[in-house]
Design a protein around this ligand. Structure first.
Ligand SMILES: Nc1ncnc2c1ncn2[C@@H]1O[C@H](COP(=O)(O)OP(=O)(O)OP(=O)(O)O)[C@@H](O)[C@H]1O
Length: 305
């Protein structure tokens, strides 16, 4: 019977969509000035994972985030969030966004606790009256990022890392299942970066889907299960170990990437016959370092940049 055959297929597709947290299918985005910022970009992110979104300045990372947030119309393609359309996922408050610092007007006079309460707006009625439940969720979120003591401070008075933590708390208070983080480590010291990574790991273990844009190449293998390399389209995607190769990074960054190779005497004063190399790849934040045979495969002349 054709009818029942179709419904079996439909439910198989529905099951697959549920395990995929975020799916971007052949997405193209053109800005009003005619600039095609994304061209046929495709990748999928499973639930319970942290995925790095990596690419040079202007490669389309923020454009992609804005498309997932429904701020920008797609010229073609489709985005599915936990098996739902973007509009439906937003209606259900499933997507939380932690913006780049530059996108926020820090002179706007607002208290830390008010910023976090904004995460509850989608759960409130149109008068936006916070109920006890909303206040409790705000308290828990502030506590979780270690910012309870700052709740009555103006957001503009905080350090870069503290501001980031407040916006993370807003995402937590919202209870979004999909969290988009745009450059969470920019302007953040190593201690705060470690705290944020610890929190992201906990959220992953709770089944959240996280997409994190970052220039900190060295941190990616440390805390991201998966990576997507982007330059207007998706150049590589999958488990970080497969994607984060010197060849793929060079393809994504081209001449922007600094590339150093140390070998032989430069590296081993004690074992001069050891021909393993050390390759350092960086776009000027925390570098990605490859040692041993993989570094040799990565190629490049010793000392090349
Ligand atoms: N509002 C806009 N109108 C026209 N073009 C835009 C607009 N916003 C971004 N672009 C262009 O789209 C391309 C992608 O920009 P996008 O901001 O998505 O890059 P990005 O990867 O987030 O960069 P960065 O690492 O610098 O944050 C760039 O060429 C940029 O100049």
């Amino acid at each position: 019977m054709t009818g029942s055959g179709t419904s079996v297929l439909d439910s198989a597709n529905a099951g697959r969509e549920k395990s995929v947290g975020l799916e971007v299918r052949a997405v193209s985005v053109v800005y009003r000035n005619g600039n095609k910022a994304l061209d046929q970009a495709s990748f999928a992110v499973p639930r319970g994972s942290i995925t790095a979104l990596v690419g040079i300045n202007g490669s389309g990372k923020s454009t992609l985030f804005k498309s997932i947030m429904g701020f920008l119309p797609l010229m073609s393609g489709e985005i599915r969030i936990l098996g739902l359309s973007v509009a439906e996922a937003l209606k259900r408050n499933l997507v939380a966004y932690v913006p780049q610092s530059e996108e926020v007007d820090w002179s706007f006079p607002v208290l830390v606790e008010d910023v976090v309460t904004m995460g509850r707006y989608g759960h409130m009625n149109f008068l936006r009256m916070a109920r006890a439940e909303d206040r409790r969720k705000v308290d828990i979120a502030l506590e979780r990022v270690g910012m309870s003591a700052y709740r009555k401070r103006q957001i503009g008075e905080l350090s870069g890392g503290q501001k980031k933590r407040v916006f993370l708390a807003r995402a937590l208070a919202q209870e979004g299942r999909v969290i988009l983080l745009d450059e969470p480590f920019t302007g953040v010291d190593v201690t705060t970066e470690t705290q944020i990574i610890t929190l992201l790991r906990e959220l992953r273990d709770e089944g959240h889907v996280m997409l994190v844009s970052t220039h900190n190449l060295g941190s990616v293998p440390e805390f991201c299960d998966r990576a997507v390399l982007i330059n207007r389209t998706v150049l590589a995607e999958g488990p970080t170990d497969d994607v984060f190769t010197a060849q793929n990074l060079q393809a994504a960054f081209g001449g922007v990437l600094r590339h150093f190779v140390l070998s032989g005497k430069d590296l081993h004063h004690d074992h001069v016959d050891d021909d393993r190399q050390l390759t350092v790849l960086t776009d000027d934040e925390r570098p990605f370092i490859i040692y041993g045979d993989d570094a040799r495969k990565a190629g490049g002349e010793p000392g090349s940049e």
